[in-house]
Design a binder for this molecule. Structure first.
Ligand code: C2O
Ligand code: CU
Ligand code: CU
Length: 512
């Protein structure tokens, strides 16, 4: 981040902390209560039922058509135990095809729910698997190729909580919805006639779809009353494209205890926590001073994402400590982190993320025309450069296939390579050549980040991850796949900025 931006942001934060944190803007009595997704555990037959369905939700007193799993918006939190089999019966009651992908869950390609796991409208697909991994907060969402962004924006997303023996033994807060609280954070935008205002076009294919309203578990700026003491927040960035930067409004520290794929060796204290789309972090916050505060997202330096109101900190949820004491604590140490294996002689792969330069330029132009200079977040020079390079070559660009990996837009029936099961590999994800932020995600694995944008990963990003930050530079990950994925149900590796994914920045690969 440029120093100038930093000063601007910290000044904004300073002014913001002095306010009674919106206390006067929305009287407490009118603030909605934070909705808590229902826990869904396998029944006596180890079965879980999910229905993707159309419904409606209220936003600002207006009725809006939304989609959800087993409800109108979002979905339940599916709670699984490592080592225990589960069978999920997925019914598609939507008017179109969908798939259900288990993001972060290490299961065979066959049941992973990628773009080949299509469930026709009206049909049911049943998948059985046994999670074998460490305790983690994962999630499920549609992966219908070309439609993922729209279906997620409509409201389809739910959590997967995996528990194991170790996680149950720790004294971490564990009372669901009380001191163990999920925060699914998403931005949305509505049309005047009560629909979610989604477009996949040149602009969103370039910078991603973003909204002007921030929701937490499906409602704007709710309140959560928490016992006084340690509060565990399971954060999910469920936005299509927007990077979040989570903080407490009064700057109190956040103790990161887990990343995408599980617990860290020890808590990592941060005051700001960037969260890329698709990422999860679990943090503990100390509320023992009994003072209310907000969890907020601070402005980020991402193309298109500093447009008002996101040029200022936005509240996510108000935390109001209660008189009753909480029961969990912050352990000094969490779980043992296995040492990284030797990197000598590992199979290496290079994935070059690419945007058609024409799309890059036209997308930025559209952004500038609609929202003005500031929307470019300091990338004006880059745009001018692109403009010169592309002068007169703008015809016939197909934006649906304008995002690529290694020169190819996603091809459903042509897996890019095969990986040997159980073998470590070293993958380099390169974003050199464009200025966009690519949260890169790989199916079927929890990996370790070796370098992130050319630097060693931050302490809280050095544990189990399924998404890595790629922005104008190279990031390297150490991957291993312990399950098979045949060509008919290949694993995916893709940018989790959903509009990049939907317009080609994805490849399939097999594991055998
Ligand atoms: Cu969260 Cu391939 O996706
Ligand atoms: Cu995934
Ligand atoms: Cu991307």
């Amino acid at each position: 981040m440029h120093r100038r931006d930093f000063l601007k942001y910290s000044a904004a934060l300073g002014a913001f902390s002095m306010l009674p944190a919106w206390g006067r803007v929305i009287p407490a009595a009118k603030r909605p209560t934070l909705p808590i997704p229902e826990l869904l555990t396998p029944d006596a037959q180890s079965k879980i039922r999910l229905t993707a369905q159309a419904g409606a939700s209220q936003f600002n007193g207006q009725k809006v058509a939304t989609w959800g799993y087993n409800g109108n918006l979002l979905g339940p939190a599916v709670k699984l135990t490592s080592g225990k089999p589960v069978t999920v019966e997925i019914r598609n009651a939507l008017p179109e095809e969908t798939t259900v992908h288990w993001h972060g869950v290490e299961i065979p390609g066959e049941v992973d729910g990628g773009p080949q796991g299509v469930i026709a409208s009206g049909a049911t697909r049943t998948v059985s698997f046994t999670p074998q991994q460490r305790a983690a907060t994962c999630w499920f969402h549609p992966h219908q190729h070309g439609k993922t962004g729209h279906q997620v924006a409509m409201g389809l997303a739910g959590l997967v909580l995996i528990e194991d023996v170790e996680s149950l033994q720790l004294m971490l807060p564990k009372q669901w919805g009380i001191d163990d609280v999920p925060l699914i954070i998403q931005d949305k935008k509505f049309t005047a006639d009560g629909n979610i205002d989604y477009q996949l076009d040149v602009m969103s294919a370039a910078v991603g779809w973003f909204g002007d309203t921030l929701l937490c578990n499906g409602v704007a700026y709710p309140q959560h009353n928490a016992p006084k003491g340690w509060l565990r927040l399971r954060l999910l960035n469920g936005c299509n494209a927007r990077t979040l930067k989570i903080a407490a409004s009064d700057n109190r520290p956040l103790y990161v205890v887990a990343s995408d794929g599980g617990l860290l060796p020890e808590p990592v204290k941060v005051s700001e926590l960037p969260l890329l789309t698709g990422e999860r972090f679990e943090v503990l916050v100390d509320t023992s001073d009994s003072k209310p505060f907000d969890i907020v997202t601070l402005p980020v330096n991402q193309m298109g994402m500093a447009i008002a109101p996101f040029d200022k900190p936005q509240p996510v949820v108000r935390i109001q400590p209660l008189v009753i004491p909480a029961s969990g604590s912050l352990p000094d140490t969490l779980v043992k982190a296995p040492a990284l294996p030797s990197l000598d002689g590992l199979q290496a792969r290079w994935l070059q993320l690419m945007m058609d330069p024409m799309l890059d330029m036209m997308g930025m132009q559209a952004l500038q025309e609609k929202y003005g200079e500031q929307a470019l977040a300091g990338h004006q020079q880059h745009m001018q450069m692109m403009g010169q390079m592309n002068h007169g070559h703008g015809h016939g660009m197909d934006f649906h296939n304008a995002n690529k990996i290694n020169g190819k837009a996603f091809e459903m029936n042509a897996p890019a390579f095969n990986v040997a099961k159980g073998q470590y590999e070293r993958w380099t994800l390169s974003g050199e050549g464009d200025m966009m932020l690519h949260p890169f995600h790989i199916h079927g694995t929890q990996f370790r980040i070796l370098t992130e944008n050319g630097k060693p990963p931050a302490a809280h990003r050095a544990g189990w991850k399924d998404t890595v930050w790629v922005e104008g530079a190279r990031s390297e990950v150490l991957v291993r796949f312990d399950h098979v994925a045949p060509a008919e149900h290949a694993y995916m590796a893709h940018c989790h900025l959903l509009e990049h994914e939907d317009t080609g920045m994805m490849l399939g690969f097999t594991v055998s």
